[in-house]
Design a protein around this ligand. Sequence first.
Ligand code: UN1
Length: 509
Amino acid sequence: MNIAAKNLPIAAEAAAILERLGVERAAYTGGDLKAFSPITGEQTASLKTVSASDAAAMIDRADDAFRAWRLVPAPKRGELVRLFGEALRSAKSDLGHLVSIEAGKSPSEGLGEVQEMIDICDFAVGLSRQLYGLTIATERPGHRMMETWHPLGVIGIISAFNFPVAVWAWNTALALVCGNSVVWKPSEKTPLAALAAQAMLERALERFGEAPENLAQVLIGDRAIGEVLVDHPKVALVSATGSTRMGREVGPRLAGRFARAILELGGNNGGIVCPSADLDMALRAIAFGAMGTAGQRCTTLRRLFVHDSVYDQLVPRLKKAYASVSVGNPLDGSALVGPLIDRLAFANMQTALADAKTHGGTVHGGERVETPHAAAYYVKPALVEMPAHEGPVLEETFAPILYVMRYSDFDAVLAQHNAVGAGLSSSIFTLDMREAERFLAADGSDCGIANVNIGTSGAEIGGAFGGEKETGGGRESGSDAWKAYMRRATNTINYSKALPLAQGVSFDI
Ligand code: UN1
């Protein structure tokens, strides 16, 4: 971390980083969108926003860029993403620090977010030589059948405050190697990190030299600007991260114009601690999963089912960890839990805790931690012992609340684990291979991510990221997620002198 910068007020620190990263001052001064740091609650900048008509024109220009970029060979497109990864490597500490300033993450988590960007760049560079189609056996003699993957169009990205730059990078790195242009609407709560990340891509574009203008653009603005992206006929795919409520609006609008959607919505992630679990390991995994990033990851552990036989060993230790965890300014030293993003997040947390009490829950923690900054919202993470799987337990509250419940029967707990709307991430802690395999089987966890002996959060690049049910069904970043960013053509070529018809049909004229 930049020790010298510590003495600067947070706004000056952010400005110094932006300047080092080459973002023009005019972009974040004198505008109408105010940016804040949740660390102190103070204003960091005021950004210029775009109007709806500007946004539409920018999307039109992105379509022009797409038409040129799609003709650049994929491995060459990969070279741009390789340069992007290099720019990110050189800016890692500055960008990580800015993520901490804007999202309130610990230095290690801020840097981790940038590392995740670098990792997806490496992944995408390799992918740029592996956008494979199949050759398929055909029933017709003298014919060849194959599939080809082509670039798709303008890709719209709507990202959330909690991963202000990594999720954009997941989408952008894949979209670019797949031959698409990108238009990004970042969260209004973290626009400075967006400007900085965009500047890194622009640095790469400059070094690359031959990319069309407007290949990647940022739309700074409010919800109405996001709507322009969702409704614009030239946007072929929108990848949107946010609440299930947001997805319920975005999904049908995209479907209405037959555009593609990658939806990364809420998570209400569960963990099961079985009788044979390594409790030391489970304790650490649960602590990071539930309290890390102040409970503001979509993969945060929110529901914990503990077997009766180990409940009285594990839960007192967990309570101790909750009582002693350091909460405070994440840039000041060793605090593991930083602030909530804003007052509303704090209010939502308090509402959920009050609701939990009316359902018979016993709440440990959850109170505000006072700091000199009246507009910053720090809380003690809350561990809530619940008598039943009901009430607020069934909903995602984007705050550090872990609901803990007892169980005695494995089949019953598996059913309960799956009995929520969301289906993002899940974990089981067990040394019993029957339980572990059952959790991963067709009748096990119904989530897009199912883990054994690790927590629900902190997925790495390489695996497909996303979830089922109300999480929206989208997959990003790893595995074959790239296919969503391309269109598939099936090609059948006849190199014979006859014209046999498939299915033995005859049509002789
Ligand atoms: C998110 O919270 O939107 O698995 C993304 C994780 C991170 C990504 C989280 N790699 O927790």
